[in-house]
Design a protein around this ligand. Structure first.
Ligand SMILES: [Zn+2]
Length: 308
């Protein structure tokens, strides 16, 4: 009598082979991401003008044919210049989305006041091309407890808005704070080591989070990558995007990634700054690859070691 295990293994191999022949494209894991860029705090301009930062970022997206999404805090761009920045985004085919007016913590806010900030930003953004239905909680903070979280999601629904989570955080906000400190100390600082560090970190963290997605069974997840409109990306976004492309990543339009259905359910607990994959791993009680040690503490130790 045939060993049942051998028989089943053989059957599985045969099935896999037949499926692979039938649908090769669907069986291949593809690393895919959309860039979402938050805040639009345009102030810092030592060594790179606001105009040059703005143009470099749009040019970087064009260099890989990517349509991104900008999550705007209305109060940060309510100037003539700010208006022209987000108009350019919309006219270039990127999405514009809501990120409150003053970028508050939800857990520290009165729920009604918080929702009225969102409503103010919603009305403001309606006058610009490319404005979408998406909203992102500043600090990935969707409320201090389940009751506030539920009230905020209900409020979003009432306003016709859809929550946009993050599957990977590039921690660029920390990297740029170090770069800005260096430029304040010396406007002619050598930026190449910051570029090299940032590019390597970004690719490493992207592959880490894709490994987490695969461990949870989300093959070819359209990742939502969090970046910020800052001087770091004004200088090096194009380097990052080209390095990702060379590493096998494909860019999926932000509009398509944001409409991925599983992203829209209310998280199983308040997010408290955690990304969608971290919460999913907890919800599914699955172990996932450990965060790359070198970049714990937002990369502070790695940057210290490099003298950045
Ligand atoms: Zn933000």
């Amino acid at each position: 009598m045939m060993d049942r295990r051998i028989f089943l293994a053989g059957l599985a191999a045969l099935t896999a082979c037949t499926d692979a022949q039938r649908q090769p494209a669907e069986k291949v894991h593809q690393k895919r991401m959309a860039i979402t860029m938050d805040d639009f705090n345009l102030d810092f301009d030592i060594g790179l003008s606001q105009q040059a930062r703005h143009e470099n970022i749009l040019d970087a997206f064009d260099s890989v044919g990517h349509k991104a999404a900008g999550f705007v805090s209305g109060g940060f761009i309510d100037t003539k210049w700010g208006h022209s920045v987000i108009s350019d985004w919309g006219q270039s085919g990127h999405l514009i989305a809501n990120h409150t007016w003053t970028h508050p913590h939800a857990k520290e806010s009165d729920t009604r006041a918080y929702l009225s900030e969102i409503e103010k930003t919603r009305r403001f953004l309606l006058t610009f091309p490319g404005t979408s239905e998406f909203f992102r909680f500043p600090f990935l903070d969707d409320g201090g407890d389940r009751a506030q979280q539920a009230a905020l999601f209900q409020g979003l629904r009432t306003l016709g808005l859809v929550n946009a989570p993050v599957t990977m955080d590039s921690v660029d906000w920390y990297t740029t704070s170090r770069l800005e400190a260096a430029l304040k100390a010396n406007p002619n600082a050598d930026l190449a080591p910051y570029r090299d560090y940032y590019v390597e970190m970004f690719v490493t963290l992207s592959n880490h989070w894709d490994g987490v997605a695969q461990a949870l069974g989300f093959t070819s997840l359209p990742h939502l990558t969090l970046m910020h409109h800052n001087i770091l990306n004004g200088h090096f976004l194009k380097d990052v995007l080209l390095a990702l492309k060379a590493d096998g990543w494909r860019f999926v339009d932000a509009g398509e990634a944001l409409r991925f259905d599983p992203f829209h359910a209310i998280p199983s607990e308040p997010t408290h700054g955690r990304n969608w994959l971290t919460l999913k791993a907890r919800e599914m009680e699955k172990s996932v690859p450990a965060y790359p040690e070198n970049y714990l503490g937002f990369g502070s130790k790695a940057m210290d070691a490099l003298g950045l």
